[in-house]
Design a protein around this ligand. Structure first.
Ligand code: A3P
Length: 298
């Protein structure tokens, strides 16, 4: 375990990655028990990189014939995306009796597990992975505020300078951040049928185009412009964050659903990070991503 954990709890290193105790237990069980099917769709993110949004978008996309968005009775209007799309290692940790085989096909799930630590069947089967990455400064700041909401007493005295330092040293849930991103980035280059790499920023700037790209990758068939527009609208920050279920709801683990909706912007880090802290992150990322072809425009 690390001497001082990232923000909210002590963290443990496993296969070169840092995890909270709870998530590590879930990952170990997942590695042992999860059997991927060829038709599975797995959404992979670092925490605070747009997981909730991606869950909503892909859920709406793959179910659009069964559950037309235009009907006005869509499940996303009354159910939080995290309850519609199970979180693999979270379920293994919190709900050991959960039956993954009972999920309708194609099964849609999400995880924060690094490529290195994925269950073997996820790599060997033909299941598809959609990886969503967010620029590190916004993601860091999002987690910083999330931690403050979730565990105010544990985070109150924790200086942001220390948190940035830990992040840049790689101590971050599922981190080092750059290893997590680069593994999926390179896999998406080597095997574009297996991993689709999208970014929060592209999703934000051109949501419709990105939905079409995801649809093509998943082999969802033709999707019309009107259907795309309906999905964009239904899953937008403005729409989801104002629904009662997301303002007032709770997840089975007691977490308030509103904690997953804060600002939903690009570049919001400027309100929280000083110039020198931002530079520290930029410098680290520049070094780590050098030669990879990956750049963050924020
Ligand atoms: P901010 O804290 O910067 O606002 P995750 O779902 O991975 O936990 O990520 C949460 C981040 O995604 C939060 O970022 C949240 O506001 C943002 N988010 C949630 N739903 C969104 C949506 N529909 N569109 C855009 N951003 C969204």
């Amino acid at each position: 375990p690390s001497e001082k954990g990232w923000l909210v709890s002590q963290m443990y290193q496993f296969q070169g990655r840092w995890h909270t105790q709870a998530l590590l237990q879930g990952i170990l069980k997942c590695q042992k028990h999860f059997e991927a099917q060829d038709s599975d769709i797995i959404l992979v993110t670092n925490p605070k990189s747009g997981t909730t949004w991606l869950k909503a978008l892909v859920f709406a996309l793959i179910n659009r014939h069964k559950l037309p968005v235009s009907s006005g009775k869509h499940p996303l209007l009354v159910t939080n995306p995290h309850l519609l799309v199970p979180f693999l290692e979270g379920v293994y940790y919190e709900s050991p009796g959960f039956d993954f085989s009972a999920l309708p096909s194609p099964r849609l799930m999400n995880t924060h597990i690094s490529h290195l630590s994925l269950p073997e069947s996820v790599k060997s089967s033909s299941c598809k992975i959609v990886y969503c990455c967010r620029n590190p400064k916004d993601m860091f700041v999002s987690l910083w505020h999330f931690g403050k909401k979730l565990a105010p007493e544990e985070t109150a005295d924790y200086p942001i300078e220390k948190a940035v330092e830990a992040f840049c040293e790689g101590k971050f849930i599922g981190g080092p951040f750059w290893d997590h991103v680069l593994e999926y980035w390179y896999t998406s280059r080597e095997n574009p049928n297996k991993v689709l790499f999208v970014t929060y920023e592209d999703l934000k700037k051109q949501t419709g185009n990105e939905i079409k790209r995801i649809a093509e990758f998943l082999g969802c068939g033709f999707i019309g412009d009107e259907e795309v527009r309906d999905i964009v609208r239904l899953c937008s920050f403005e729409s989801l964050s104002t629904l009662e279920v997301n303002r007032e709801g709770k997840l089975p683990n007691g977490m308030e659903t509103k904690a997953f909706f804060r600002k939903g912007e690009i570049g919001g880090w400027r309100d929280t990070l000083s110039e020198s802290l931002a530079e520290q992150i930029d410098k680290t990322m520049e070094e780590k991503f050098q030669g990879s072809g990956l750049k963050f425009s924020c």
